[in-house]
Design a binder for this molecule. Structure first.
Ligand SMILES: [Zn+2]
Length: 381
């Protein structure tokens, strides 16, 4: 890179200004002119990065600025790439990049998985009304994580560019509503399915042992549970005992790739994280994303409020999915079941896409298109 000094006017000065602006050193205009504001900002940057404070951009300073400049060059590229399988490693990178590009996002770990992976909770918006969307509570349904992350990016982009998203005014939404996302409730499980757990690790040995007990379920593709073989969507205190009875009768009495209820409700750390996070908030509506079936489940034991059916009908209309009652054998102890029982507010399980989970990435665009209306409408009710 070219050496820069006071008084210069160039494209490189623009890069310098943008890099300093990203880190809140430079608050002036991005005009490519190396004048006082740029000079002072640069000196502050140099001081805090233990560089020689000379107000010159030589190789040593360029080097420290490099990661920021790489980011600026990437500005026009989408962060969320929807042509690759997901993993917690990729989600971590995506979360960092989005936070960097959209500093108004609030990101925290609402808990940690068995393998100590963060269960990310992302907050977007400033409104009084709170809504909550989750994905990948079931491992082989990871395509739903990608869907929520792409939506998050599109929301942020529409917000900063002040443009409509599918006809919605994102500024108005975020003023009224705070959106919470947990895009990957079961990070360890996702990594099992997408082959991101080291084959020589203890964890992999453990899941393989469990999978061998259930040879009829393909491994790793059929894996839905957390890494301990507990089905996280059968962990919630809403008819947990009925769920246990049903699943035990089906022969699932020990850790399994799917359908094992655990030794008690909320015994899995991932389920606990979701439970406590929900308790800390006042969610007006929740969406729990699963695959597959193109169906929307809205009821649990008549706990759903009257409006839940009407809202479900609107979701049906914007997505083309079918509003349905849950089949009896899977109608207990799910996250949305507990939410309905506890709060009597609208809560939905959405079975995105069609086919056999894990759904292929070739379905991604269609899934996103079908669900965009639900995701947006959910924030605006
Ligand atoms: Zn599921």
């Amino acid at each position: 890179m070219q050496e820069l000094c006071f008084g210069m006017v160039s494209q490189e000065v623009i890069l310098l200004q943008k890099a300093l602006q990203r880190q809140n050193y430079y608050l002036g205009e991005i005009d490519g002119k190396f004048l006082n504001l740029t000079y002072e900002a640069l000196k502050r940057f140099q001081k805090e990065h233990y560089l020689v404070v000379d107000g010159l951009v030589k190789e040593s300073t360029w080097k420290v600025l490099e990661p920021y400049i790489e980011e600026i060059k990437d500005d026009n590229k989408k962060v969320i790439q929807t042509d690759q399988e997901y993993s917690i490693k990729q989600l971590k990178k995506d979360v960092q990049k989005l936070k960097y590009r959209y500093p108004f996002l609030q990101i925290e770990a609402i808990g940690f998985s068995v393998l100590q992976n963060p269960i990310y909770g992302i907050q977007l918006g400033w409104g009084k009304k709170e809504v909550f969307y989750t994905a990948s509570i079931h491992a082989n349904e990871w395509i739903t994580s990608l869907m929520l992350m792409k939506w998050l990016e599109e929301m942020c982009e529409s917000y900063v560019q002040e443009k409509l998203l599918d006809g919605y005014d994102v500024h108005a939404i975020l003023k009224e509503t705070t959106i919470y996302l947990v895009p990957m409730c079961n990070p360890d499980g996702v990594d099992v399915v997408t082959g991101n757990i080291a084959k020589n690790s203890k964890a992999y040995e453990m899941v393989q042992k469990i999978a061998k007990e259930y040879p009829e379920i393909p491994f790793p593709m059929g894996w839905k549970a957390n890494i301990e073989g507990i089905d996280l969507n059968l962990q919630f205190p809403a008819g947990w005992k009925q769920a246990k009875k049903i699943k035990f009768e089906q022969g699932i009495i020990s850790p399994a790739p799917r359908d094992f209820v655990g030794n008690s409700s909320l015994c899995a750390v991932e389920a606990q994280a979701l439970y406590h996070f929900t308790r800390l908030h006042d969610f007006r509506l929740i969406l729990a994303y699963h695959t597959q079936g193109k169906e929307i489940y809205w009821q649990f034991q008549n706990y759903a409020p009257k409006e839940a059916f009407e809202i479900g009908k609107c979701f049906e209309k914007v997505s083309g999915y079918t509003l349905s009652d849950v089949p009896y054998a899977s109608s207990f102890a799910g996250y949305k079941d507990w939410f309905l029982q506890e709060y009597q507010r609208p809560g939905y399980t959405i079975e995105a896409g069609i086919g056999k989970s894990p759904l292929p990435l070739s379905q991604f665009d269609e899934i996103y298109k079908d669900n965009l209306g639900i995701l947006l409408l959910g924030t605006s009710l």
